[in-house]
Design a protein. Structure first.
Length: 152
């Protein structure tokens, strides 16, 4: 199956995108997302990865590294999106642990962030569970969120 059709399963789902600063994606936005992902790899040597179940090779989401300017600071952060029917099964946790290993051992970053809306309790809990500590609250694209950080 073509990559764009797989990503539609995640980025066009209102439940998955409930806490996204850009909301549900159209097909055009998904095409632009894929182009931007490729650009991020060219510029930064990182971006998002597809997540597949190891037993069935089923596409279930995306997880990776992104960069934004927030309150004049460059924030490099982990982000993820898991298909609705696969949420709560540990795939986000497992994916974040893999990305953290890449960040520490390949990219040699000294710290990484997570940006989470306070109302997104599942992601707040996951950030804490995986070792992120609250740093501060901020505003991004008109949405209140919290910045968590992990020193590596």
């Amino acid at each position: 199956m073509k990559l764009q059709k797989k990503i539609v399963k995640v980025l066009s789902d209102p439940e998955v995108m409930k806490y996204s600063t850009v909301g549900v994606h159209s097909k055009k936005q998904i095409s632009e997302y894929i182009v931007n992902c490729k650009k991020q790899y060219t510029l930064n040597n990182y971006g998002p990865w597809a997540i597949y179940k190891s037993d069935s090779n089923e596409f279930i989401g995306i997880c990776g590294i992104n960069k934004h300017i927030i309150a004049l600071d460059e924030i490099i952060h982990i982000n993820y999106r898991i298909c609705s029917e696969q949420q709560g099964k540990g795939y986000a946790n497992e994916s974040i642990i893999g990305v953290l290993s890449f960040i520490k051992n390949i990219l040699n970053f000294k710290c990484i962030n997570a940006i989470v809306e306070p109302e997104n309790i599942a992601s707040v809990n996951l950030a804490k569970k995986t070792g992120f500590k609250f740093v501060k609250s901020s505003l991004f694209r008109g949405i209140n969120f919290d910045i968590y950080q992990m020193i590596l």
